[in-house]
Design a protein. Structure first.
Length: 370
């Protein structure tokens, strides 16, 4: 590669991608430094190690002052330290994957020097000794966080249009309003005993409430499980989701989510598509004694679903799911289109007695398991 830089006229390099093991640090640094001098617009670094131990490799400081850079992706098992001077005047997309961060002011220093950043992904980073995370950017439109610190998460990005927040177990959220948020997916991590505390329940309901402007929402039932621990008083204080038209529920523990989920359905007057997708945590068992607990207060669930057109149960496994399916199927004209996939033949036989309830209301598509 050194000869390529020397022999070829590479005054300008638009895109540079490097996938290699961290063995020859001198050459890696030389290559990175060389491309930053050639008006590079996109850099993708994937530096591998032979073990799970983080490498002491230092990324050259010239990378963090590359004024031409528009997209930067760093996937390295190294401690990522920022130099004293950081300057990304054109950077719009930043992806950090599997890096180790030890400086509590890392994000503040980085984001304050990215004046036009629109897309930020923090994927499976290790937060060494850092409890809190603050993401503050007036220009940010897309934010993806996977495995955040476990303390306080502060997100101040009023221009956010897309939010993906997964595998988190956080004690406190401090969120600004998201007036233009279109799409969000919220998947909490599998928790411990603290995740079932009243404090966590209050934190979860606050997180859900801040998403009230969203149009498309994909949420794991662990969030509903936490929210369900609150009193009905707090559930009834959730704001109306006036814009929500598409809702996907990743369903692992169906017996734990009904109260909070049904409340969300009641306050989503424009919901058109409701999809239940079976998660991997729940395995069908022989106990069919689970019952659906409908919220007694407030309007009937059907009165909040006048606009529902599509109802889907994907990767259907039966047992506790059956109560929800039967409930929705028995509500005449609740949707124009029904789809159930991977349903057991036993359940289809049980369901057949209720199919007359769908007459005149729409289509039912069922795909059974073998």
């Amino acid at each position: 590669m050194d000869r390529m830089f020397i022999l070829r006229d590479l005054s300008t390099i638009k895109y540079f991608s490097l996938l290699t093991y961290i063995e020859d640090e001198y050459n890696i640094n030389s290559w990175i430094s060389s491309v930053t001098k050639r008006k590079v617009e996109e850099i993708d670094l994937v530096l591998l190690t032979n073990s799970d131990v983080y490498s002491p490799f230092l990324i050259p400081s010239s990378l963090f002052t590359c004024e031409s850079l528009i997209k930067l992706s760093i996937g390295v098992r190294v401690v990522l330290n920022l130099p004293k001077y950081v300057h990304f005047p054109k950077l719009k997309l930043l992806l950090l994957h599997s890096v180790r961060i030890k400086d509590e002011y890392f994000m503040e220093q980085l984001l304050s020097n990215c004046p036009v950043l629109e897309d930020l992904s923090l994927d499976s980073c290790t937060w060494d000794g850092i409890d809190d995370l603050c993401v503050s950017s007036p220009t940010l439109k897309r934010l993806c966080i996977t495995e955040s610190p476990c303390g306080e998460i502060n997100i101040n990005a009023p221009g956010l249009e897309y939010l993906s927040y997964t595998r988190f177990l956080v004690k406190k959220h401090v969120l600004c309003s998201f007036p233009v948020l279109v799409n969000a997916q919220i998947h909490p991590a599998a928790g411990n005993s603290e995740s079932n505390s009243p404090e966590q329940a209050s934190n979860s309901i606050k997180l859900l409430g801040e998403l009230f402007n969203v149009k498309h929402l994909r949420v794991h039932d662990r969030l509903f499980k936490a929210v369900a621990l609150t009193d009905d008083h707090f559930l009834l204080k959730l704001p109306t989701f006036h814009n929500l038209s598409y809702l996907v529920v990743i369903w692992s523990y169906p017996s734990s989510i009904d109260r909070a989920l049904l409340r969300l359905l009641q306050i989503s007057p424009k919901l058109e598509s409701l999809v239940f997708h079976n998660g991997n945590d729940y395995q069908s068992n022989k106990d069919d004694s689970w019952k659906l607990n409908i919220v007694p207060e407030g309007p009937n669930i059907v009165s909040g679903l006048e606009h529902l057109k599509v109802l889907e149960f994907l990767e259907f496994c039966g047992d506790p799911w059956e109560m929800y399916v039967e409930y929705f199927v028995k509500k005449k004209q609740i949707a124009n289109y029904y789809r159930i996939t991977n349903a057991s033949k036993r359940f289809i036989q049980l369901l057949m007695v209720d199919l007359e309830a769908l007459e005149g209301s729409g289509f039912l598509v069922v795909r059974t398991t073998s």
